[in-house]
Design a protein around this ligand. Structure first.
Ligand code: AP5
Ligand code: MG
Ligand code: ZN
Length: 213
């Protein structure tokens, strides 16, 4: 089954995707990670995306949809998770079309529900590895050695958009554009709401039971 994981910034999409990849063999398609890789590699796509991301706004749909379609073209039948895409109803409609053309489908749209009070501390406390992308948190998931990635020894830094003023815009962008997807996928009979305000392992076991029904 292919799934879509959505929720507010900091809801745990990346964290849960990592479990799904490592333990159940899914392929993760994170539009945020793809844009960050493009920025790091100084590609034309990265240049386009950066100004939007630095402000906490959405990258234009045409750019984003085309990028996702390219990844879908290379999957060779592997089950995938969409993490952070779609992010508005127009992207959801476009996704429906490109999946249909590729004879693919989404089984469930899993919404990670986390109260807004919890999101700010998750985002301001998040740290990521510059080299391998591993995700940490200064309080709930610190690195063993300060500033050094447990996985690869790389430098652990704060994401550019995890500063408080940008976070505020991201949360607003989410509320206006992405939150309506709950109704959208409910009307398609695909919505599953998972309580994301628990230990990561507990959240994962709820997701797993939805997938393995
Ligand atoms: P993106 O990278 O997707 O950012 P986001 O949606 O804001 O989500 P995050 O990655 O911040 O949060 P997450 O849910 O993955 O949480 P995580 O698991 O890391 O997008 C960035 C930007 O790219 C956008 O602003 C936009 O500009 C652009 N973009 C991306 N996709 C786009 C699209 N489709 N269209 C247009 N533009 C697009 O967890 C967060 C922290 O909490 C971590 O420190 C983690 O350790 C901790 N944590 C996780 N789970 C728990 C738990 N259960 N308990 C306690 N702590 C936890
Ligand atoms: Mg993420
Ligand atoms: Zn690393």
């Amino acid at each position: 089954m292919n799934i879509l994981l959505f929720g507010a910034p900091g809801a745990g999409k990346g964290t849960q995707s990592e479990y799904l990849v490592k333990r159940l063999g899914f392929h993760q398609i994170s539009t945020g990670d793809l844009f960050r890789a493009a920025i790091k590699n100084k590609t034309a796509l990265g240049q386009k995306a950066q100004s939007y991301m630095d402000k906490g706004e959405l990258v234009p749909d045409t750019v984003t949809v085309g990028m996702v379609d390219e990844v879908l073209a290379q999957l060779n039948g592997k089950n995938f998770i969409l993490d952070g895409f779609p992010r508005n109803v127009a992207q959801a409609e476009a996704l429906g079309k490109i999946l249909k053309l590729r004879l693919l489908d989404i089984g469930k749209a899993i919404f990670l529900e986390v109260p807004s009070e919890a999101l700010l501390s998750r985002l301001t406390g998040r740290r990521v590895c510059k080299s391998c992308g591993a995700v940490y948190h200064i309080a709930s998931k610190p690195t063993r050695k300060p500033g050094v990635c447990d996985v690869c020894g790389g430098e652990v830094i704060q994401r550019n958009d995890d500063k408080e003023d940008v976070i505020a815009t991201r949360l607003k962008t989410y509320a206006e554009n992405t939150a309506p997807l709950k109704e959208y996928y409910k009307s398609k009979g695909k919505l599953v709401v998972v309580n994301g305000d628990r230990e990561t392992e507990q959240v994962f076991s709820s997701i797993k039971s939805e997938i393995q029904l």
